[in-house]
Structures are given as C-alpha cells and as structure tokens.
Design a binder for this molecule. Structure first.
Ligand code: IMP
Ligand code: MG
Length: 311
C-alpha cells in the first residue's frame, strides 16, 4: 500500500466521484453554510480529500471529502441528511478515515441531529428560534469571538494588576454575563459589587442601587456592557472618584466610539462596534434578548417600535 502518511490529496480522484459532495449539491449543505455564516463561524467547504484506499500500483481507489472544515474548532463536519444507503457508506468511510488519521477531529451529523442543531442555535423552524430569526438582522459577534476576547481581557487585567487585588464594580443589568465570564478569567483575588442606574429622560443619570462595599483605597475596575455617548460612564466615574479608590479604571465589552459626547478613558475595550443598536450577551431591548449567547443587531422594524429601556 502506497499510503502517503499525512499528505492530503488536493483534488478529488476523477475515477471515484463523490455523488453527494459536489459544491452545495444538497440544499442542506447550502443551509448549513448559511447557518455557519449567520453565526460567523469560519468554514471551508470541502477543502480536503483524504485518500482511503489504494490500488496495488499505488493509485488512489477511494477517497473521502468531508463537507466542511471549521478552522476555529479544528473540526471536519460531514452532513448526512440523505438516504440510508449513503449513511451506511459514509459510516464506513468515517471509520476508515479515523483508522488512517486518528488525529483528525470529524463529526458526522445525521438528519435528525442536523435539524436539532439548527433549531437549538436559533436558526430554524422551532417557535422561539423562528421568532429570533425574524427579529435579528445579523450577528455582530459570535459566542466564540466573545469568549476568546473575554479571556484575553482577563489575561491582560490579571497581568496589569499583578500583586494587587481588584474590586470589580458592575453596572446592572447588562453586565450580568460579561462580568461573570470576565471575573472567572481574571486570576487575581477580587471582590464583586454592583450598582444600578436609571437614566431619566431629561435629568441625566441617577443611582438606583449603590455599592455595598467601601471602595476607599481599593483598586476599582468599573465594568460596563457598552459605552455609547459616555454620559453614563462619566457620571459614574465622578461618583466613584469622590470615594477615593487607590485606582479607578474602566473595562467595557463594547465601545461605540463614534457616539461619544463625554470624553471617558476606557482602559480595556472588548470590541469597537459601529453605531447600531445591539442586544444579546446581557444587553437588552425592552428587557428582552439578554440571554442570546451572541451580540447581534436587531431588525429595524423591531427597534423602531419604540425607544429602548436602560439597563
Ligand atoms: P451612554 O451613557 O450613552 O454611554 O449609554 C450607555 C448605556 O446605554 C449602556 O450602559 C446601555 O445600558 C445602554 N445602551 C447603549 N447602547 C446600547 C445598545 O446598543 N444596546 C443596548 N443598550 C445600549
Ligand atoms: Mg447598562
């Protein structure tokens, strides 16, 4: 056997066509690609053909070309939404591939799992998710992107506060998930406290719930979901400064710098985003959408129904 270990054949063997893996030949493949796009999950369509069997003279007798490769997950995905005959054949190919390349991560997605995945992640026909689908314009930051960035922020903060302990101050309620994730990625000792504000239509910002802890002499890191005009942050910083913390810095998940009216120094920024109204990962529109695992832009007709509540 002339197996070229680790070598990936660049093209499909002309003698062994793959009837069910031509570019988007099956609507499910098209749909799955749209699903990956929707979630901003990077993928390559059929990037690699793996030789599975060889003729005695070394020519390739059988190949396997998984439908997708997801580089961030280092995972090949093969969709099997077709007939049972294909499933059996694919199962055999999968086993063979795993024998030859045990280091390769690959999943075979069956028809039933496929629909489950689409609906579980908000792209499909199940009630709650179809509701999302027609309210969400587009995903701005995927769960994966957020998680990776939050880990980076945690690492940076841990380094910058070496030898110190931190008092994290979160502004409710948008901060819920960001603070929870950020705190767990910081490796310094820390305390957590919360404030809640209201923004009256005319007379600016008001403290609704104040801190429980005394911040004098503490290294305070104020954590916000989003800095928009900066008016909220400016107000908060002034109030906190009066209480004489040892240091006071700001960490915001999102920054709409274009909208800034009050100049605030945001030391740690997760993502700069364009001037669009976003929800998810703690951010709400009229108290809804906080539990979406990603950050997305709402469709105009949803947003134009009325102004957003603060939070
Ligand atoms: P600022 O005072 O204009 O900087 O507004 C900050 C506050 O407005 C944030 O703490 C959020 O509660 C809210 N906010 C601003 N932009 C958005 C958004 O796009 N989605 C959800 N809430 C937002
Ligand atoms: Mg807020």
């Amino acid at each position: 056997m002339n197996r070229q270990s680790g070598e990936l054949a660049p093209t499909r063997e002309p003698g062994s066509p793959e009837p069910d893996s031509q570019p988007f030949v099956h609507p499910a493949e098209d749909e799955f690609a749209a699903f990956l796009d929707f979630y901003r999950i990077q993928y390559q369509y059929e990037p690699t053909s793996f030789p599975l069997r060889w003729h005695d003279d070394g020519r390739i007798a059988e190949m396997f070309t998984p439908d997708y490769y997801l580089p961030d997950q280092d995972l090949y995905v093969e969709l099997t939404t077709m007939k049972q005959a294909h499933v059996t054949r694919k199962n055999r190919k999968m086993r063979r591939l795993q024998e030859l390349h045990p280091e390769i991560n690959i999943v075979l997605i069956y028809r039933k799992n496929y629909h489950e995945i689409l609906s579980r992640f908000g792209y499909g026909s199940v009630d709650i998710t179809s509701l999302r689908e027609d309210q969400i314009e587009r995903i701005l930051l995927s769960q994966k992107e957020i998680q990776a960035r939050v880990r980076e922020l945690g690492k940076q903060i841990s380094e910058d506060y070496a030898g110190k302990s931190i008092l994290l101050v979160g502004v409710l309620k948008g901060i819920t998930f960001f603070l929870a994730d950020l705190a767990r990625s910081i490796t310094r000792p820390l305390a957590i406290d919360y404030m809640q504000l209201t923004r009256a239509v005319d007379d600016g910002v008001q403290i609704d719930k104040d801190l429980d802890l005394d911040i004098e002499g503490q290294h305070v890191l104020l954590v916000e979901d989003i800095v928009n005009t900066g008016v909220t942050m400016d107000f908060l910083l002034e109030r906190l400064r009066e209480r004489k913390p040892a240091s006071l810095r700001v960490c915001a998940l999102l920054d709409k710098a274009d909208r800034r009216l009050a100049p605030v120094n945001v030391r740690y920024i997760g993502f700069e985003i364009p001037n669009e109204f976003v929800v998810g990962y703690g951010l709400d529109y009229r108290e809804l959408y906080r539990n979406l695992p990603f950050v997305c832009v709402l469709k105009k007709d949803v947003y134009e129904a009325g102004p957003a509540l603060e939070g």
